[in-house]
Design a protein around this ligand. Structure first.
Ligand code: ADP
Ligand code: GLC
Length: 481
């Protein structure tokens, strides 16, 4: 039995701020259980729902020297859908209303977590063959495995994988501070290791020291070797190209299933969506106070409201979009400027725009089920899960051709009867507008063609089946048997 440990900062169903949590929570149960024992370790945040926290089972605790103090490390566990989740407890670090807050505090919090996660393994008696780390928050682990944890028998042959879900966030501070937080000696702070552009950089350390690097789509794996997407690390990505693979994300086909989804008013499937899906649109129009009209072209957005998601393109042409016969339903939180932008347009075009500036799992499902199209014009997108959820619910994605969006949405071709969505290439607001209007024309004037796009979208398989096998192959290769 091969033992794998996922270490990350978030995982569904316990805590989620974005797609990382979906991946870390849903991928482990898709491995072949006969050969792989995959467990997950995340912090125990005070902001997790009380019912989760109450049901966690105490495993053990110990004290760990960190930054000159002896600190408490509690270990709890919860077996969810057959997967063991471990939680690292320290109320000093994992308090607050959200998993992330102030940049500096986050750095200290996750350096502590990375060290505590490894230190906890002998205590719980779980000796993974591979530690699979995710993003900058756990990028220190591959470095620690080659440094202070290397001498003991327990850790020596442990391999590490780092998956880059978003290269933009790297965990950067001045070298002195990173040295203090990591406890690493001077040796590591040179430009071929943890130093980047004179600062200390945790993600860079992970990329340099991990035995394998993956990212969440093939196109993003190529893009990050170029300066535009490389976030200053494109040279390193090119240097480590032989150890870098793109493996596209999947989604949980049980949680996201229009046939069984408890959050939606009318369940439907690939056979009966022509009659049934519309009932979800009616219900959402009623719930959000939009005009009740079956025909209206309803476009959804469910997103973190940040620059990454291409919201400035939307801002640029939203007045023009609102001249059309359209309804735009937005669900998201994030940067104030975008929250206010959508609130403003909700006020200005009250019968066309509905801005829902909050986080809600049920509302997101209702939007995936109710809308005709889903808009995701990202500036960059390592993979993107929302477009996969849309495909699953027969809601036609309109995307920019970048990263995972390019790999998962095939553009409609009216001459060859192909395609599962609509896409545009350049980061240009009017190019986006033209494609939205093209989609509108197909929707209004060629409904049969539109429905065939939905047929093809719903026939796609973006469950974890294929990608989990690719991770298994990677683990096999690393472990060497
Ligand atoms: P990212 O990880 O960059 O935010 P993804 O598309 O990979 O983008 O994943 C986003 C996930 O977060 C999806 O599951 C999406 O449904 C969810 N999500 C984003 N914003 C909200 C919100 N306000 N309410 C509910 N779910 C949201
Ligand atoms: C990141 C990326 C997103 C990806 C998700 C899960 O948050 O922004 O594109 O789908 O991680 O891998």
């Amino acid at each position: 039995m091969k033992k794998i440990l996922f270490v990350a900062s978030e995982a569904v169903p316990f805590i989620k701020t974005g797609g990382l949590a979906d991946v870390v929570g849903s991928l482990p149960k898709c491995f072949d259980k006969e050969y792989f024992d995959v467990r997950v370790m995340i912090p125990k945040y005070l902001c997790m729902k009380e019912s989760w926290r109450n049901d966690m089972e105490y495993v053990n605790h110990f004290y760990m020297d960190y930054m000159g103090q002896s600190r408490y490390v509690g270990i709890l566990q919860y077996v969810y859908e057959g997967i063991t989740f471990y939680f690292i407890d320290n109320e000093g670090y994992f308090n607050g209303p959200k998993p992330y807050g102030d940049w500096y505090c986050d750095l200290e919090k996750f350096c502590f977590f990375s060290r505590a996660a490894l230190s906890a393994l002998p205590v719980i008696g779980f000796q993974p063959d591979v530690v699979h780390c995710h993003d900058w928050q756990t990028a220190l682990i591959p470095v620690l495995l080659k440094d202070r944890f290397h001498d003991g028998e327990f850790f020596r042959s442990m391999k590490s994988v780092i998956t880059i879900h978003n290269l933009k966030f790297q965990g950067v501070w001045d070298v002195m501070t990173i040295k203090r937080l990591t406890g690493l000696p001077d040796y590591y702070f040179t430009p071929d290791k943890l130093e980047a552009y004179k600062d200390g950089n945790l993600l860079k350390g992970g990329i340099v020291y991990a035995d394998a690097i993956t990212t969440v789509s093939e196109t993003y794996a190529e893009e990050i070797k170029m300066p535009f997407y490389g976030e200053g690390l494109d040279g390193l990505m090119r240097a480590r190209a032989n150890s870098l693979r793109g493996i596209v994300n999947g989604i949980d086909y049980d949680d996201f299933n229009p046939e069984t989804d408890p959050y939606i008013v009318q369940k439907y499937n690939a056979k009966n969506f022509r009659k049934e899906k519309i009932k979800n649109k009616r219900a959402l129009q009623e719930e959000l106070g939009l005009p009740q009209d079956d025909r209206k072209f309803m476009v959804g957005i469910v997103s973190r409201l940040t620059d990454q998601k291409g919201l400035d393109l939307i801002q640029c042409v939203l007045d023009e979009i609102c001249q059309d016969d359209i309804q735009l339903v937005v669900l998201g939180t994030g940067e104030e400027r975008y929250e206010n932008m959508f609130r403003h347009y909700d006020w200005k075009y009250n019968d066309k725009v509905s801005a829902n500036i909050f986080y809600s799992e049920p509302m997101s499902h209702k939007i995936y089920a109710a809308c005709d199209a889903f808009l995701m014009p990202s500036l960059f997108e390592p993979c993107g899960l929302s477009q996969l959820m849309s495909l699953r619910y027969g809601t036609v994605p309109i995307v920019r051709e970048t990263g995972g969006l390019k790999d998962t949405v095939e553009p409609y071709n009216e001459f060859e009867n192909r395609g599962t969505g609509f896409s545009f290439q350049n980061y240009n607001a009017h190019e986006m507008l033209a494609v939205i209007r093209y989609a509108e024309r197909i929707y209004y004037d060629k409904k049969r063609e539109w429905n065939k796009i939905i047929d093809r979208a719903m026939a796609m398989d973006y469950s974890w089946n294929t990608s989990a096998v690719k991770y298994q192959e990677l683990y096999d290769w690393l472990i060497g048997y």
